[in-house]
Structures are given as structure tokens and as C-alpha cells.
Design a protein around this ligand. Structure first.
Ligand SMILES: Nc1ncnc2c1ncn2[C@@H]1O[C@H](COP(=O)(O)OP(=O)(O)O)[C@@H](O)[C@H]1O
Ligand SMILES: Cc1cn([C@H]2C[C@H](O)[C@@H](COP(=O)(O)OP(=O)(O)O)O2)c(=O)[nH]c1=O
Length: 199
């Protein structure tokens, strides 16, 4: 079972991830994340920090995903473990569809083509949804782009996430991420346990 956590920056993914680590001990899940694969993760982080060319960035995110799948996700799934990943392919479809807009004629087609045929589809994707203004106020202090540029970008990213969720409602669990961390954690824990019971 592959479970992924998605949402815009500041939605609360890292907070939920840490909470699930302490709540799901009995299931012994493998906790992992993207970007951050063995040996490539650092290159991706450097590219993000440097605000690299969007195509370079996108290609690195895909390469990071390939290493992550081969070295971390597939081995764990093969041995029967539950895998919980903080970000996964939906991050590409949400973020790169926006960042590639001015450098590629059809970002969605490119993204679909580079993932098709080899990637593993998540069984369950938890999408934390929060107004961009709330997410941005939570991020105050993190070094970021110009405020309005970032707000516009995150609005577009969230729109892409919601469109993907609408296309695949049986995979996505939408969570109102403006609630308290404890309420979110209770709800998500319950939903994961229910999903595991059903499968
Ligand atoms: N449900 C919540 N309500 C209020 N603040 C939150 C909530 N979840 C996270 N935060 C705070 O918002 C900031 C960003 O959260 P984080 O989990 O790092 O988000 P993400 O990993 O999605 O970027 C952190 O300071 C965190 O403590
Ligand atoms: C995995 C992934 C992340 N990203 C972006 C989202 C974040 O802005 C940035 C770093 O991700 P991350 O470290 O998860 O940041 P955060 O905890 O703030 O959400 O990389 C993409 O644009 N595409 C991707 O495929």
C-alpha cells in the first residue's frame, strides 16, 4: 500500500507526516519523501535553492522520483510494507505544470509522458487543502519569492491539485487543512486505518 501526502507549501504536510510517524507505529510503515532520494536529493535541493531553469528543475524532480522508486519505494512495497511518502508524482503535476508554462508548449503532456508506464500509482493520496493566504502566513519567515508572485503561483498549483483530485476521486482524500493539527491527524489516521482494513 502506497500512501502519499500532497498540498501546497505551508499546507502542513511535514507536521502531519511527523504526527503519523508517532501514531502508526504498530503498522511499521516506511516513511519517505520527495525530493530527497539517495544521492540525487541534494542535487535537486541545490537546483531549487538556486532557482534553476524550470526544465532542469523538472528533469531533476523526475530523476529523483526514478531513484526514489527503484531504491526505496519498490523494495519496500515488494516486501509488503506500507509506504508513506511526503510528496510524490502529484507534486510534479501540480507544480511543474505551472513552472513549465512558459518554457514548454504542453507541460501536462510532457509530465504524463515522462511518468507513464513505469511509475507506481499511489493507493491513497491525502491532499491537504488550505487557503493560500493561510499557507503563506504559516510560511512567513521562510526565504521566498516576491509575495504576490508566490501567491499567484501557489493559487495555480492548488488549482491543479484540486483538478487532479476531481479526476480521480477514489484515490484522493481531501482534508481541510485549516483545522488544528490534532484534528487533521485524528481524521487522517482514522482514514488510513479504514483504507487498510478494506484492502
Ligand atoms: N493545522 C495547522 N494549523 C496551524 N499551523 C500549522 C498547521 N499545520 C502546520 N502548521 C504550521 O505551519 C508551518 C508549516 O507547516 P509544515 O508542516 O512545515 O508545512 P508543509 O510541510 O506543507 O510546507 C509550520 O510552522 C507548522 O508548525
Ligand atoms: C517533489 C516535488 C517538489 N516540488 C517543490 C515543492 C516545494 O516548493 C519544493 C520543496 O519541497 P518540500 O521539501 O516538500 O517543501 P515543503 O516542505 O515546503 O512543502 O519543491 C516540485 O515543484 N515538484 C516536485 O515534484
Amino acid at each position: 500500500m502506497l500512501i502519499t501526502l500532497e498540498g501546497i507549501d505551508g499546507a502542513g504536510k511535514s507536521t502531519l507526516y511527523a504526527g503519523l510517524k508517532s501514531r502508526l507505529l504498530d503498522l511499521d510503515p516506511l516513511f519517505t519523501r520527495e525530493p530527497g532520494s539517495p544521492y540525487l536529493g541534494d542535487a535537486v535541493r541545490r537546483a531549487i535553492a538556486k532557482n534553476d531553469d524550470p526544465l532542469v528543475e523538472a528533469a531533476l524532480f523526475v530523476a529523483d522520483h526514478a531513484v526514489h522508486l527503484a531504491d526505496v519505494v519498490r523494495p519496500a512495497l515488494s516486501s509488503g510494507r506500507v509506504v508513506i511518502s511526503d510528496r510524490y508524482s502529484d507534486s510534479r503535476f501540480a507544480y511543474q505544470e505551472v513552472s513549465l508554462q512558459n518554457v514548454h508548449p504542453n507541460p501536462r503532456q510532457w509530465l504524463t509522458a515522462v511518468h507513464e508506464g513505469w511509475s507506481v500509482r499511489p493507493d491513497m493520496t491525502i491532499l491537504l487543502v488550505v487557503p493560500v493566504s493561510v499557507a503563506m502566513s504559516r510560511l512567513a519567515g521562510r526565504p521566498e519569492q516576491e509575495h504576490f508572485e508566490r501567491q499567484e503561483f501557489l493559487e495555480a498549483v492548488q488549482k491543479n491539485y484540486l483538478a487532479r483530485a476531481a479526476e480521480d476521486p477514489s484515490r484522493f482524500l481531501l482534508v481541510d487543512a485549516a483545522q488544528s493539527p490534532e484534528t487533521i491527524l485524528d481524521f487522517v489516521e482514522k482514514s488510513i486505518r479504514a483504507k487498510l482494513k478494506r484492502e
